[in-house]
Design a protein around this ligand. Structure first.
Ligand code: PLP
Length: 391
């Protein structure tokens, strides 16, 4: 580890996570001596195949798939989301209507905007001021020509959870549409049991829960023959061409096993609650973005607005102290428009622009949270004093 990362207080785990030592150890031999191709017929190749299949079982176990054959490895969450939605449209070619929400990650939002430009009709469901959906609006939006409904399980910015079990029932009861869930932020953070749901397609991404960047998976419910997105060789039973990224796939499996072994979850929640309660209790004009009902939010995320400040300035001051946070979603780091998620929640600009996402992970400690809490009030105070917006 570099000197710099040793000193960091990393509270940006929704952007990405550190590769867990256990995961790194599991993948290491596949980066050098275990380099065979799982498609090769010799013993060495077959050994790789077994490792890939074991990882598939580990992924299936974490998300409650009924069969490991329902898991297909991809390169990232964005690929899984793109494949799910475009595949569902191809499968239901006569249907031209898509339903999604205004608070999806760009992997879904920008794709649906693009598809809208290509002639599909997209219904964008809004959320209330707490980031929650009104399921009556979903019921009203479903039509016989709805091909796919795509919704996230956990919001990357606020951590708000959508009730995907209930949504799945509504989707299938009212229309023959496929139901895709972007589970990228939820996997490894909340329990998921796909067998108990009516989810047809489910995307996940390794780097959000301690596997390296560059590997993801798409769950495809048994019996659904989703057309391939990457066409070529017969890998992944002909569903996704390209030689399997064995080290990364093995790492994804190990990360799933680590997540399933639990352990860290209660402590992450306790530290997040402490951070959130103290900030909201101590800092004037601090507001939580997202529902107050913690059961309906990820246990690791706190998105807080500091009115009359700018998120970029808070981020820069915390950064100087070695504390890593995010303003909105990581993909927005270069742009200065306020977050689409907070806009959809109709958070006023004076609040939205001063929003910070704290996202905790299994390596955060009490002393890191205390250190952050000792620095934050002074920073916010100074910035608010300087604010031209302050009444
Ligand atoms: N969906 C959500 C909710 C996300 O938070 C992200 C990444 O931030 C993605 C999809 C895209 O995942 P990936 O970075 O693996 O492409």
């Amino acid at each position: 580890m570099s000197m710099q990362s040793e000193k960091l207080i990393y509270l940006d785990n929704n952007a990405t996570t550190r590769v867990a030592p256990e995961v790194f150890e599991a993948m290491r031999p596949f980066l050098n001596e275990l380099y065979g191709n799982p498609s090769s017929a010799h013993t060495f190749g077959r050994e790789m195949r077994r490792s890939v299949e074991r990882a598939r079982e580990q992924v299936a176990a974490l998300i409650g798939a009924s069969d490991s054959g329902e898991i297909v490895f991809t390169s990232c969450g964005s690929e899984s989301d793109n494949w799910a939605i475009r595949g569902a449209l191809e499968l239901n070619a006569e249907k031209r209507h898509i339903i999604t929400t205004a608070v999806e990650h760009e992997a879904v939002r920008n794709l649906c905007e693009f598809l809208g430009e290509k002639g599909y009709e997209v219904t964008w469901l809004g959320v209330d001021g707490y980031g929650l959906l009104n399921l009556e609006n979903l019921r009203a939006a479903l039509r016989p020509d709805t091909a796919v409904v795509s919704m996230m399980l956990a919001n990357n910015e606020t951590g708000v959870l959508f009730p995907v079990e209930e949504i799945g029932k509504i989707v299938h009861e009212k229309a023959g549409a496929l139901f895709h869930v972007d589970g990228v932020q939820a996997v490894g953070k909340v329990p998921i049991d796909l067998q108990k749901t009516e989810i047809d397609l489910f995307a996940l991404s390794g780097h959000k829960f301690h596997a390296p960047k560059g590997v993801g998976a798409l769950y495809i419910r048994k019996g659904l023959s989703l057309p391939s997105f990457i066409i070529g060789g017969g890998q992944e039973r002909g569903r996704r061409a390209g030689t399997e990224a064995v080290p990364y796939i093995v790492a994804l499996g190990a990360a799933c096993e680590l997540a399933q072994s639990g352990g860290a979850h209660d402590e992450i929640r306790r530290l997040r609650d402490k951070l959130e309660d103290t900030v909201l209790g101590k800092i004037p004009n601090a507001h939580l973005n997202g529902t107050n009902d913690r059961e309906k939010r990820l246990p690791n995320t706190a998105n807080i607005s500091f009115e009359y400040t700018e998120g970029e300035s808070i981020l820069a001051h915390l950064d100087e102290e070695g504390i890593c946070v995010s303003t909105g979603s990581a993909c927005n780091a270069e742009s200065h428009v306020s977050s689409a998620v907070l806009r959809a929640m109709e958070i006023p600009y004076s609040r939205a622009q001063g929003s910070i996402r704290f996202s905790l992970g299994r390596y955060n400690t009490e002393s890191e949270i205390e250190h952050t809490l000792s620095r934050l009030p002074g920073i916010i105070n100074r910035l608010a004093e300087m604010s031209p917006y302050k009444a």
